[in-house]
Write a new protein. Structure first.
Length: 154
């Protein structure tokens, strides 16, 4: 398993428990961490830096990722049901087949992201930047408010 070493603490993180301990101590920089196929639900990770992280096939249901940096992270097949991603940076992030049902992505930057096959039913995309995003085969609610997409930067 790929381990991430923090330049500040020289500790390695390869499991959710260690990440939560370090986050609670005030650390926010977890660039490139590998937490694939892990479960980390209903926790507060506001402002965390997970750029380049590997989180594919993980369960982050209900997680607060407000203003998090997930640039170029691999979140394919992730469960982000009911997650809060307000003003999160998801530029060029792989969200292929991600479950984003009921997620709050308001004001998020999804520029150039791969949302192909993602489930966006009930997701809030108001004010989100979707320019250059791939929404091929993405699933949205039948009653999805097209006005929200108009408010989003396409």
């Amino acid at each position: 398993m790929l381990l991430y070493t923090s330049p500040s603490s020289q500790l390695t993180t390869s499991n959710p428990e260690e990440l939560l301990k370090r986050y609670a101590r005030g650390e926010r920089d977890f660039r490139g961490i590998n937490l694939s196929e892990e479960m980390l639900s209903w926790v507060d990770l506001e402002g965390i830096n997970l750029s380049g992280a590997q989180l594919y096939v993980s369960v982050l249901e209900g997680v607060n990722l407000t203003e998090a940096n997930l640039t170029r992270a691999n979140l394919s097949w992730i469960d982000l049901t009911a997650a809060t991603l307000i003003k999160a940076n998801l530029t060029e992030t792989n969200l292929h087949k991600a479950d984003l049902r009921g997620a709050d992505l308001s004001g998020a930057n999804l520029q150039g992201s791969d949302l192909s096959g993602a489930n966006l039913q009930g997701a809030d995309l108001s004010g989100a930047n979707l320019s250059g995003a791939d929404l091929t085969s993405a699933v949205m609610s039948r009653s999805f408010d097209i006005g929200i997409l108009k408010l989003a930067a396409l």
